[in-house]
Design a protein around this ligand. Structure first.
Ligand SMILES: C[S@@+](CC[C@H](N)C(=O)[O-])C[C@H]1O[C@@H](n2cnc3c(N)ncnc32)[C@H](O)[C@@H]1O
Length: 130
């Protein structure tokens, strides 16, 4: 997705908003160095698993409903996408406890930028922080 080069992958990587994805687990298995930060890492494996199970069908049914808005090149359809995401999340969950102990999954959140972005379209609104 980010077209990382071999040189990029050899660096120490900070993954922001990595969520329940498998990048950290896969890179660690390859002997690479990734630290992931995401507020969801305050939750336990079981809590994250429950949330994944609760949202999987609603999310995939929305993708199916809006399938015509997607470019289906990497995945053949919404079910294939869903299966790939589930597989990645299983890989994450299998690595999560040991990764937390090792300090690879950290329950942190990036702060919003402090520089105000002027808004002119909404009456009464003068500042927006992105
Ligand atoms: C759409 S998900 C993407 C997760 C993952 N990168 C993936 O591709 O599966 C966005 C993630 O950003 C995290 N997030 C939201 N606000 C954040 C913040 N202020 N700092 C770091 N992560 C944040 C959410 O908890 C969520 O896991």
């Amino acid at each position: 997705m980010f077209d990382l080069s071999e040189a990029d992958l050899e660096a120490e990587i900070l993954g922001c908003g990595d969520g329940p994805a498998s990048f950290n687990a896969e890179m660690t298995a390859l002997g690479r160095s990734v630290i992931s930060v995401d507020p969801i890492y305050q939750f336990s494996t079981q809590q994250i698993r429950q949330r994944i199970e609760a949202v999987y069908h609603p999310v995939i049914s929305q993708v199916k409903h809006n399938a015509h808005r997607y470019v289906w090149k990497t995945f053949r359809d919404a079910d294939a996408l869903g299966q790939a995401r589930l597989q990645a999340m299983e890989q994450f969950l299998g690595d999560y406890d040991q990764g937390k102990v090792a300090g690879r999954y950290r329950p942190e959140a990036l702060l919003p930028r402090s520089k105000p972005f002027p808004m002119s379209f909404k009456k009464g609104a003068t500042k927006c922080y992105a």
